[in-house]
Structures are given as C-alpha cells and as structure tokens.
Design a binder for this molecule. Structure first.
Ligand code: HXC
Length: 548
C-alpha cells in the first residue's frame, strides 16, 4: 500500500476488495455465519417486544382511548421519517420481579424524525412496558436524546405516558429524573421543548411538562400530579379521583401547567405539528416565514366597529387580533386559564409574532396575579425564540383588593414587568382604548423598552380614570359643594380634555403615532418591518434575578 492511499483502505470490513481478488465479485457479501441466527433472533424479539408491548396491555391502552407509543409517533412525524436509536436498551435491575422481564426499549422509544420536513427529536413513553415508568436505562435513553437535540439545534418533543419513577429501581430512577431536569434547563431558551401528556404523568414525570416551553394535555386520559389519589388519601385523608387531582381541567383552567388541552390524541398531535410550524428550530434561527400578504397597506375598517367607544363596554380582543393578523388565523395559548389576558402566536405579513392583549370580556380586562404570570411566561418564550411582540392594550389597571394582594399580585405583576424589560425582540404596542396606571406601564410602554407605541385617537392614557381621579384630587371641594354631582361632571370634563387623550401622550413622546383604527394592521406590519433588524446588547452578567 502506497503512502498516499487513505487509511480507511486498511480497515478489514472492506471485504469486497478481497472477494475481487478471489474472483467472487458478483456474489453479495456473506455475513459472518454466527450473525445469522442472532439476526433472526433479534428481529423476532424486536417484532414481539418493540412493536406493541404485550398484547393485553395494548388492548387496555386502546380500550382507554389511548394510542400506543409507536402509533403516536406515526401521527406526529412525517411518514417514514423516524430514525430510532437505543432500541435494544434494557434495564439491568434484578430484584423485585425485574430480572425475569427485560423488554427492549425499556419502555421509551427515542429517535429523530421530521415534521413538515424539519428535524425534531422525540421520545415516546410506552405505558405497555412497566407502565411507562422511568428507570435508569429509560432515563439514559432520554438523556442521550436531549443531548443530541441540543447539539443539533432541533426541537425536543416528549410524549409522556408514565407511572413516574420506576419503584423497583429506587434511587437510580430518581437520578434519571435529575438528569432530565438538568438537561431541560440547559436547553431552555436554546431549542423549543414541547411536552405532550397522553396518559398518567405522575411523580417525577410531572416536572418535565412543567419545565417545557409548551405543554399539551388530552381531555379524559391525561393526568399530571406529584402524588396519586392513593397517596393523597393516605397522607391527608382527602379522597379525589385522578381527574380531580390532575386532569386536563385542573391544569388547563386552574394551575396553568397545560398550555393546550385537546379532545383526543389525533387533534393534539396535529396541533403539535401546527405549533412547530410557527417556531424556529433553535434560538439562533428565525421562525419560519410564510409569504408576504401586502399587510403594510391593508385597511381594516371593521376594527372601529368591533371596539365600542365607551371605555366600559366589553368586546372580544380576539376579534381585534383576527383583523390584524394574516387570514384571521392564530394559535391561542392557555385559552381557559387567566382569560383576562390573551396570548397567541400568529403571522403578520408572513412573519411569526407573539400577541399579548388585555381581554375586556373577562374581568373587564384587568391584570391580576394569574394574568401577569401567563403573559410574563409568554413574553419570555417569544423573546427566547426571537418572536417579535405585539401588545394590544385596553386595560383599566391591576385588580385591586385584599385577595389579590395575598395572591401576590405585586410579585407576579413584577414578573410581567421583568419579562418585558428584558425582552430584546422587536416590540410594538397598540393602545386601543384605555391604559391606566401601572397596567399602562407594564403593557409594554416606551418606559420599559417598548420600541414603537401606537394609539387609537379615542383612547385614554392616565394614572387613573377621570371619575376616580376627580374624586381623589377634588375630595374637599366636592364635599363642600352645593351641587357635588354638577361639579364632578365639570371636573371630569376638564380632566378628560387635559389628560385623558392620546395627544397628551403623543406630544410628550410616550406615543409615537396616533393612528386611524382601520390602519392598525398596516401600521403594525410597517412597524415590524422597521424593527426587523433591531439588535441590542444586554449588560454582561451571570443572570438576572426575576421575581419567581
Ligand atoms: C413501576 C409501575 C409504576 C411505577 C405503574 N407501574 N407505575 N411500575 N414503577 N412507578 C406498572 C404497574 O405495576 C403495572 O404493572 C403497570 O405499570 C400498569 O399500571 P396500572 O396500575 O395497572 O395502571 P393504571 O390502573 O392505569 O394506573 C396507572 C397509575 C398507577 C395511576 C400511573 O400505576 C400508579 O398510581 N402508579 C404509581 C404512581 C406513582 O406514585 N409513581 C411514583 C411517583 S414518585 P403490571 O405488571 O401489573 O402490568 C416519583 C418520585 C420522583 O416519581 C420525584 C422526582 C422529583
């Protein structure tokens, strides 16, 4: 062999060269003899153990309205795109009946595939094997997948259906969870992490959905809790069903852990695909853009009809959103939790945007502790993945009262402030009708870093509404007046004329432009184009201290 020949020629697996020397070139290579039975054995074992799990368990899964892990992968991924890794992995435990049962996959299928041609990494827990419980081998497979996803810069999707830590593996299982949580936090803000809860998700398993960017649950079949009903009863005496403890209603409406709730697995996994079409693969890539729609010149006269002029009259902010975004199409996060604020992904002129809006049909659109948390998390999610923010403001203020103070409205409101103050993506604010007090500041005003502030001509921006303001400023005069109502009406008119209109704010630079409502879509689209190449350099520090 000459010195110029590459090294790999010397590697013995290149048998064709040798066969040619023997005059046997036409014949396909024979695998070594001993590999044939092994191959047959493995194929049979794989068919039996990895395709379905045991038949009774599969039947039970189907009877509950659940799919098997492989069926779910079939629904989620593009056809024939799945590349599985770690199929032969098995647990090494011996005691507690484990030695006699060592199924391949160890109860989780891991690999990579594509969704609309874009790469994703996915694990699917298989409830038919040890109830999808997580032991050391199961965890190690997920760890490896997470490492690969992070290195490849591709989204990670977890299909959860698990009884939690595999009891027979003790601390090995707990260590496995720790490794998942640690990786999840390292990957946070780098690749999108999507958690889909399709069955029980108990104990340690519950923290993966909580750490994910977005969590899906399926009505009736998904449950998410730290301890099951039996343990709850033993510890507290409280008797609750699985659904009452951690069903989709609990997490979709009350706790806010579930971002999306679906009727069935098919629609759930279809929506995961839809969500992925709006997200970048990682924090260094832009979100996938669609075709431009001529939005920069698009007039929407219906907007002025949707929003009543009277500041106290309700309307659905989603109807406003539908006029501003492309095709009236949007994906709303947390539709049932903290409904007084809406958070959604949509496109404006083909570009993905995150919209935050006060919702006047719920609690008159006030901000409270839950709404602040919901919006804060959404703002941070958008900022992490380079999604510009459009904030639609129509807010009477923060909800006052002892209940809210005890619920931590200050701490949670500070989260929203923090999230906006920190966000470096393009930020456009549209003040639709009213913006009072701290809620005006927090809904992406210039003072906290908003880039472009637009206001409709009819609106009021002030410390508080005219009536309340007059009652405070002129308390003594009103008490002494012969006709307090008449005086109040006069003072309200004076206050409104002087302060409660957008030109007061525009003259002082707090608002960049007062726009015709019909031009809102066009103005937002033009603003986003103007800000497209925005770059900021955040101060050097280890990390900030968000009021968690
Ligand atoms: C080992 C488990 C298991 C587990 C279920 N199985 N959970 N095996 N470890 N954690 C097994 C069952 O023994 C059974 O095996 C099979 O999975 C199916 O379970 P069933 O109970 O028959 O199913 P079902 O009636 O649908 O009930 C599902 C369930 C229930 C609600 C999830 O199994 C359950 O309550 N499991 C325990 C949940 C739990 O407390 N997990 C530990 C959490 S502690 P066979 O052989 O009979 O088919 C934890 C700590 C980590 O996770 C904390 C880190 C922060």
């Amino acid at each position: 062999m000459s010195a110029s020949e590459p090294d790999f020629v010397r590697v013995p697996v290149l048998r064709p060269n040798r066969r040619r020397l023997n005059g046997d070139a036409a014949k396909p290579p024979e695998p070594p003899e001993r590999s044939m039975p092994l191959l047959r054995e493995q194929r049979a074992a794989l068919r039996e153990e990895t395709a379905t799990g045991n038949r009774r368990a599969v039947q039970r899964q189907h009877a509950l309205g659940k799919r098997t892990a492989r069926e779910r992968l079939g629904l989620l991924l593009d056809e024939d795109s799945f590349v599985e890794i770690g199929t032969y992995r098995r647990h090494q435990a011996q005691g507690l009946k484990m030695g006699g049962s060592r199924p391949y996959t160890d109860g989780v299928i891991t690999g990579s595939g594509t969704v609309d041609g874009r790469q994703v990494f996915v694990y699917a827990q298989d409830f038919t094997i040890f109830g999808g419980s997580l032991g050391a081998a199961h965890a190690a497979k997920i760890h490896r997948l997470m490492d690969l996803a992070l290195e490849a810069g591709a989204p990670l999707i977890g299909l959860n259906d698990s009884g939690g830590a595999r009891i027979q593996e003790g601390v090995g299982a707990l260590d496995g969870y720790g490794g998942i949580f640690h990786r999840s936090v390292q990957a946070s803000g780098v690749i999108p992490q999507i958690s889909v809860v399709l069955g029980p998700c108990a104990g340690g398993a519950a923290y993966s959905p909580a750490l994910a960017d977005v969590t899906f649950m399926v009505w009736d079949t998904a449950q998410l809790y730290l301890t099951g009903p039996d343990v709850v009863e033993a510890v507290t005496g409280e008797r609750v069903t699985h659904a009452e403890l951690g069903g989709a209603e609990v997490h979709g409406t009350h706790s806010g852990v579930a971002t999306f709730v679906h009727e069935d697995e098919e629609s759930c996994l279809a929506d995961v695909r839809h969500l992925l079409s709006l997200l970048p693969s990682n924090n260094l890539e832009p979100p996938p853009a669609a075709e431009e729609r001529g939005a920069t010149t698009d007039e929407r006269p219906r907007l002025a009809e949707i929003v009543p002029v009277e500041a106290g009259k309700p309307y659905d902010m989603r109807a406003v959103v539908a006029e501003i975004v492309d095709d009236g199409d949007f994906l709303e996060f947390h539709t049932e939790w903290a409904r007084n604020v809406v958070c959604l992904l949509a496109r404006v002129d083909g570009e993905v945007v995150g919209v935050v809006g006060n919702q006047p049909i719920v609690l008159a659109g006030v901000l409270d502790a839950d709404a602040a948390q919901k919006a804060a998390r959404f703002v941070r999610f958008c900022d992490a993945f380079g999604i510009p923010l459009v904030t639609l403001v129509d807010v009477p203020g923060f909800l006052p009262g002892a209940d809210q103070e005890r619920a931590g409205v200050i701490r949670h409101g500070a989260k929203l402030l923090y999230a906006y103050c920190e966000a470096t993506v393009p930020r456009v604010q549209v003040i639709i009708r009213k913006a009072y007090g701290g809620a005006y500041i927090v809904m992406d005003s210039h003072s906290i870093g908003g880039d472009l502030s637009l206001a409709w001509p009819t609106n009021e921006i002030a410390v508080m509404g005219a009536e309340g303001a007059v009652n405070v400023i002129f308390r003594k005069e009103l008490a002494a007046a012969a006709d307090p109502d008449g005086l109040r009406a006069e003072l309200v008119a004076e206050y409104t004329e002087q302060l409660a209109h957008p030109y007061h704010a525009a003259e002082r630079g707090f608002v960049d432009d007062v726009i015709d409502p019909a031009q809102t879509r066009a103005a937002v689209a033009r603003g986003l184009v103007m800000l497209r190449d925005k770059r900021t350099a955040p101060p050097r520090r280890k990390h900030g201290n968000i009021p968690l």
